[in-house]
Design a protein around this ligand. Structure first.
Ligand code: GDP
Ligand code: MG
Length: 358
């Protein structure tokens, strides 16, 4: 059964009863609560989301396969943007609409065998800064673009380090093999040296020589991504309220706050009430990469969202809840949590020991 007491949930997700009680009171209101209180499913979901834990009953719910979410990384000028454009144009969905697409932070490609892959296409600097901490939560696979002429460069090594710390598998796209100066074997040895155990040498890092510009081996790269994701058994629950991440957000004159979101669990629908970081609102519109209004998005799908009352940050988590009131209290808790964190951060610079006043 999904019925849990507050104390039981604290144990399950490894959070102190005190912290969980505090979060409970901030979201539900009131001044005290019994540890034995039976939590509603929604409250449980919200609390789990607050502490960024996996739902405790996941094993009991029906999970379906979801498309892999892929981020492209690599040293400057090695061909990330060219590869993204190439993948976007190779997409069947894109060509149906004459290839006119707008960035919504991610796009979906239908590979030759009919399976979808979601590529994150926020600008490289975003993937490196704002979303650093969230990298592993948003991305299933990193495609590391390495120029076969220049070989391993400082940012190549940085990407490998990020991927390793996030425990996200890398697939190497050895780019610009159309150039006569390309030295595939030399670069492969360099990659080995910096710790990437390539498939060719018995390791489990897949690598594909490609040309993003001349569109060589792009299908092979997609196949490698799907092969890897099959091994990873990416599955999640589809028919529950959505959870996911904000990829980008901006303010648009006349339309208010606009943000792109990606769903990691459940289904997000127009009309849903959501909290996203310190922001909240009702989903008024969902717009896909072809500029079309859509009714919902599900696992590993992205869309631009209109309806939040303020701008969330890129990398913020969002979740759908049953009412606008609940969404507001979840967002307000995030705001006060952030100001507390900022307060203690500034205080800790002044004094060595901080004793919070009760
Ligand atoms: P980014 O900085 O990683 O996004 O790199 P870009 O995609 O902007 O590419 C940098 C330069 O390399 C551009 O002039 C591209 O046209 C060129 N380029 C990218 N991929 C290839 C390729 O496969 N072959 C060749 N010859 N040039 C490429
Ligand atoms: Mg670029």
């Amino acid at each position: 059964s999904k019925d849990l007491t507050l104390e039981h949930l604290a144990l399950k997700i490894g959070v102190s009863t005190l912290d969980l009680t505090e979060a409970y009171l901030e979201i539900e209101g009131g001044t005290s609560v019994d540890c034995d209180i039976l939590l509603s499913q929604e409250t449980t979901e919200i609390l789990i989301n607050e502490f960024n834990c996996l739902p405790v009953w996941l094993e009991q719910e029906e999970k379906v396969f979801r498309p892999p979410v892929v981020t492209i990384m690599g040293h400057v000028d090695h061909g990330k943007t060219t590869l993204l454009d190439c993948l976007r144009n190779s997409s069947i969905c894109a060509t149906e609409y004459g290839g006119i697409t707008q960035s919504i932070g991610a796009f979906s490609v239908k590979a030759s065998d009919g399976q979808n892959i979601t590529f994150i296409d926020t600008p490289g600097h975003l993937a490196f800064s704002d979303m650093r901490a969230r990298g592993a939560e948003i991305t299933d696979i990193i495609v590391l673009v390495v120029c076969a002429v220049e070989g391993v460069q400082p940012q190549t090594v940085e990407c490998i380090e990020h991927a390793k710390s996030w425990e996200v598998p890398i697939i190497v796209a050895l780019n610009k093999v159309d150039l006569s100066a390309a030295e595939v074997e030399r670069v492969e040895m360099q990659l080995l040296k910096v710790g990437l155990e390539l498939d060719k040498f018995g390791g489990d890092v897949l690598h594909v020589p490609i040309s993003a510009k001349k569109k060589i081996n792009i299908e092979k790269l997609e196949e490698a991504i799907l092969f890897k994701s099959e091994l990873m058994e990416l599955k999640d629950v589809r028919d529950v309220m959505a959870r996911g991440y904000v990829l980008e957000s901006r303010f648009l004159e006349g339309r208010g706050s606009l943000c792109s979101v990606i769903v990691k669990r459940g289904t997000l629908k127009v009309g849903d009430c959501i909290a996203a970081g310190g922001s909240y609102g009702t989903v008024k519109k969902l717009i896909n990469e072809n500029g079309k209004d859509i009714k919902s998005i599900s696992l590993s799908e992205a869309a631009e969202l209109i309806g939040l009352k303020s701008l969330p940050r890129s990398g913020d988590r969002f979740m759908a809840v049953h009412s606008l009131d609940k969404a507001r209290s979840v967002a307000e808790r995030k705001i006060s949590e952030r100001s507390r964190a900022a307060y203690y951060e500034s205080k800790s610079k002044e004094v060595k020991v901080v004793i919070p006043s009760i």
